[in-house]
Design a protein around this ligand. Structure first.
Ligand SMILES: Cc1cc2nc3c(=O)[nH]c(=O)nc-3n(C[C@H](O)[C@H](O)[C@H](O)COP(=O)(O)OP(=O)(O)OC[C@H]3O[C@@H](n4cnc5c(N)ncnc54)[C@H](O)[C@@H]3O)c2cc1C
Length: 391
């Protein structure tokens, strides 16, 4: 029997994960990347139990995490340096910050080893639901399945004409890796809040701490490039040692939420940020994307393409939408809290995050285990979920 074929637009974390998982299952996989080089931009990647399980399943965990320091506690701290909330981590509920370039290069190597054909300078411009994809260079490729894993600004999504909403959020971030010093605590990740600004500081490796600073897009001083250290020191005077160690940052001015009525049409599907981009408030955008990639590979291994696509969406959508919803709630508490009520914010958040129900909802993605609901494939029409498609 001839191998099933798949073409994936986008060699980001989700495209590489799906490509590798399917190549390991005997598919003929081609990944098209618009950039001239295969690389990942950014600093550190919050990675929770779900993402780590995926990396283990496709054989890249050891390489991606070889330098990582695992986090044992994540603290939220307010402007008065009072603890708002603390989350403990242990085996079975792991959390770490992987340098982005480490996880991306480990994925590229795993894809190549599994036999994936990777083509750079190959920009997808159009797709047809019958299962074809056209490139800027004039080439058209046919496959049993075509995937748009081409990020927030997805060309594939636009070409497919699926009903969708792209919502631009007026929040941005600066991200950096800073050298560690002796006084940086081992295993302790922190997110400090002050007004509408936040600073996250976490050990990543023995050498580096990962730092992000978030502010609203209209906070010109907060999101200036190069970074305005005085503005951040005014909000976080107690973090001087961290702020002064930042020498270079990557700046993101806006974030996006993306909601699709359906994740596929015919033989074309959308994966990762292209299907469900979200603000990075829970640090799960890539986590749910690679979880979704492995879930899709498992469904495709078990069912025919049409059934697998439906089954995958049925299984994955509740996890994704719950994560998007709680990311929005977290972001609203951080950046849209009424000014006159900022004095009671810590207490309200302390009570809310102390609730077991809230904790379960916020950690839905981290607890997702792929391939655990295979019977859905056979009964997919009977078990379609009630979509909580937000807009
Ligand atoms: C500030 C910030 C912090 C974040 N922090 C975290 C975190 O800590 N943890 C976490 O889990 N997530 C985090 N995220 C989210 C995470 O970065 C994304 O969810 C993840 O990168 C999505 O991966 P992807 O492969 O779907 O898309 P992308 O990473 O966007 O990859 C898309 C790929 O497709 C390529 N491409 C684009 N268009 C085309 C085309 N037309 N043809 C061919 N190729 C194309 C691109 O060059 C790219 O290589 C953060 C996001 C931001 C903005």
């Amino acid at each position: 029997m001839s191998k099933k074929t798949i073409v994936i637009a986008g060699a980001g974390l989700s495209g590489l994960t799906l490509g590798t998982a399917l190549a390991l299952r005997g598919w003929d996989v081609q990944i098209l990347e618009r950039s001239a080089e295969l690389r990942e931009i950014g600093a550190g990647l919050y990675t929770w139990e779900n993402g780590l399980r995926v990396l283990e399943a496709i054989g890249v965990y050891d390489e991606a995490c070889k330098q990582v320091e695992f986090i044992t506690q994540l603290d939220m701290i307010d402007e008065n340096q009072e603890l708002i909330h603390s989350t403990p981590f242990s085996n079975g509920n792991r959390f770490c910050i992987i340098p982005r370039k480490d996880v991306h290069s480990a994925l590229v190597r795993a894809a190549q080893k599994a036999g994936v054909q990777l083509e750079t300078s190959a920009r997808a411009v159009c797709v047809d639901p019958s299962g074809s994809i056209s490139l800027e260079n004039g080439k058209t490729i046919k496959a049993d399945l075509v995937i748009g894993a081409d990020g927030v600004y997805s060309n594939v999504r636009n070409a497919l004409n699926i009903e969708h909403t792209v919502e631009k959020m007026n929040n941005g971030a600066l991200r950096a890796m800073i050298p560690r010093i002796e006084t940086d605590k081992k295993g302790l990740a922190m997110e400090h809040w002050s007004g509408y600004r936040r600073i996250g500081i976490s050990p990543s490796t023995a050498e580096y701490m990962y730092v992000y600073l978030t502010a609203s897009s209209d906070d010109e001083e907060g999101l200036s490039d190069p970074m305005n250290k005085d503005a951040w020191l005014a909000s976080f005077p107690h973090l001087e040692s961290v702020i002064n160690r930042i020498t270079q940052t990557r700046l993101d001015f806006y974030f996006y939420y993306i909601y699709l009525k359906s994740w596929s049409k015919g033989r074309v599907a959308l994966l990762g940020d292209a299907a469900h981009g979200m603000e990075p408030n829970l640090g799960q955008g890539a986590g749910v994307s690679i979880t979704s990639a492995l879930e899709l590979a498992k469904q495709l291994d078990k069912f025919d393409i049409a059934t697998a696509l439906k089954s995958w969406e049925t299984v994955m959508r509740p996890t994704v939408e719950q994560t998007q919803l709680w990311s929005r709630i977290y972001g609203a508490a951080a950046a849209q809290w009424p000014k006159e009520l900022l004095g009671v914010r810590s207490e309200v958040i302390r009570k809310t995050l102390g609730s077991e129900q809230v904790d379960l909802m916020m950690s839905t993605a981290a607890r997702h285990i792929t391939g655990s609901v295979f019977e859905i494939g056979e009964n997919v029409t009977a078990k379609q979920p009630k979509y909580t498609w937000i807009p």
